[in-house]
Design a binder for this molecule. Structure first.
Ligand code: SF4
Length: 511
């Protein structure tokens, strides 16, 4: 018997035991299984659904899906305090740290609509137990969505057990289907219909034009900073800010502003790491006791920092300034500062970037040459440890990956060169920057890109070039960022409607 056929028959044999199992289940589960009693795969799902029935409360992931797709009796919702509740928009699913949904709009009886975030917890006690009451990221929460119970935190609450539009087992079944993975219709923006009329090439032209605006905006920022502190220091500020990502760009900028002062007499890598980490307030106050190598390294950093910290004095940053919750290990600011110390110790980053720009000018655009320039070969400690309190990793850990190099290229290096070329009236260099900007390969995906793609194009599709991603981010900033989840007063759909095919083909595509 061929393997596939054998598997099929084995599956049917298992089905022979199914009626007994089905008899033990509740009516909701029986109905699901009976949808296709010959389907052995349905039998495989029974244990999961039975677990759900027996668990008492459904998993938070299911509650999030119910809220996201509004599988609720929406015309009969009441908050747990009895007020009628109208959900004008459920908000956008947030897969990063912070509340589960951003930008929702709800209306409670007799009140005007309010905009804010939604947090989903299985239990009402989750609000305090998970520390949301102490976390500033949760200050904009306007509704606590729970399974059962009553409001315990002063916020309006909605208990889903009283509000779902189908038996929980049916919803769990649906959660495992394709329907759940599709973006809900309420995510699509008003612009998605007019955008659908354009071809991929025309959309590329639109995104390319938005991306070029973004390049010039970033270049203007560098120009303004350089007028204050000079071109080289402006580059350092841009690099440090980019290493801080959106969570920690301000403390990183402050360290960049201090770096000229910190980097006075030495180019020793070790001393520079101690200075940056000490001035950042990120040195652990006590030995972490998680391995000899980590303890030795932290001890050496303190030995160096003790001798210098008076010089930095009150400019040392308080540790509390850093937002560390929910960060990926690779993005921890201590790790990024260790990398910046390599650049400072090497002492030729600006000259090397200039050589890279001139020497690779006519070549096809590739991130590899910049990876080679920005990523140190190895670091005795940081190539083996995620942070100052971690044990040695079994595998080497790069201090900078190719995806992050693309971020640095698009947000710092290319805009900085563009600003310099514009300030010097060098049109050829400007065009070369724009060529690289348009051709640079796509970078890492992120939550803003995913959401904007769904809102504008109702798809999870990705593009090939980083410039297209930049164009999408620019549209999100210019239009989505000035409207709300209902697209109220957003002029973008009308602008797209009035954009003609001639416009769409007369501009250079993003790649
Ligand atoms: S706010 Fe504007 S740009 Fe954003 S999805 Fe809605 S219509 Fe589109």
């Amino acid at each position: 018997m061929k393997a596939a056929t054998r598997v099929l028959f084995e599956g049917e044999n298992r089905l022979a035991a199914l009626p007994g199992k089905v008899a033990e289940l509740g009516a909701g589960l029986q109905r699901l299984v009976n949808l296709d009693p010959k389907n052995f795969y349905a039998a495989w799902r029974i244990p999961r659904l039975a677990t759900l029935r027996d668990a008492g409360a459904p998993p938070e992931r299911l509650l999030q899906a119910i809220w996201r797709h509004q599988r609720l009796r929406r015309d009969a919702l009441h908050a747990t305090d009895g007020r009628t509740l109208c959900v004008l928009h459920p908000g956008f699913w947030n897969r990063e740290s912070g509340p589960d949904f951003r930008g929702a709009i709800i209306q409670l009886a007799g009140e005007p609509p309010r905009s804010g975030d939604i947090e989903v917890d299985v239990e009402p006690t989750g609000w305090h137990a998970h520390g949301h009451d102490r976390n500033p990221a949760f200050r904009r929460v306007i509704l606590h969505v729970i399974w059962r119970g009553t409001n315990q935190n002063g916020l309006p609450a909605l208990a889903l057990a009283d509000a779902i539009d189908a038996p929980l087992e049916d919803l769990a079944h649906w959660l495992g289907s394709d329907a759940e993975s599709l973006p809900p219709a309420n995510v699509m923006g008003h612009c998605s219909a007019p955008l659908r009329k354009f071809s991929d090439d025309q959309i590329g032209v639109l995104l390319g034009a938005a991306a070029m605006v973004r390049l010039r905006t970033k270049a203007e920022w560098f120009n303004a900073v350089a007028r204050q502190v000079g071109w080289e220091q402006a580059l350092w500020i841009g690099l440090f800010r980019a290493l801080g990502y959106k969570q920690n760009s301000w403390p990183m900028q402050r360290l960049a502003e201090l770096s000229a002062d910190l980097n006075t007499t030495t180019h020793s890598l070790h001393q520079l790491q101690a200075r940056l980490l000490g001035a950042a307030g990120l040195l652990p106050p006590e030995l972490p006791r998680c391995g000899q190598q980590t303890d030795d390294y932290v001890r050496q950093l303190w030995d160096s920092w003790w001798r210098e910290r008076d010089r930095v004095g009150e400019r040392t940053l308080p540790r509390g300034i850093w937002r560390l919750g929910g960060l990926r290990p690779a993005n921890h600011p201590a790790r990024r500062l260790a990398l910046a110390a390599h650049w400072l110790a090497e002492g030729r980053l600006v000259q090397n970037l200039e050589a890279w720009f001139v020497e690779t000018a006519p070549a096809p655009v590739s991130a590899k040459s910049l990876v080679h320039l920005l990523c140190p070969v190895s670091d005795e400690f940081w190539s083996w440890h995620w942070n100052l309190t971690s044990r040695r990793s079994a595998k080497p850990l790069p201090l900078l990956g190719a995806a992050r190099v693309t971020d640095l290229a698009m947000n710092v290096v290319l805009p900085w060169f563009h600003a310099r070329a514009a300030a010097g009236g060098n049109e050829n260099a400007q065009r070369e920057v724009e060529r690289r900007w348009a051709m640079w390969p796509r970078g890492e995906d992120n939550a803003t890109l995913r959401l904007t793609r769904q809102r504008l194009f109702a798809s999870a599709r990705r593009w090939r070039a980083a410039a297209e991603q930049q164009g999408l981010l620019q549209i999100a900033r210019d239009f989505c960022g000035h409207s709300n989840a209902l697209c109220e007063h957003c002029p973008f759909p009308d602008l797209v409607r009035s954009w003609t095919a001639t416009d769409a083909t007369s501009t250079t595509r993003a790649h």
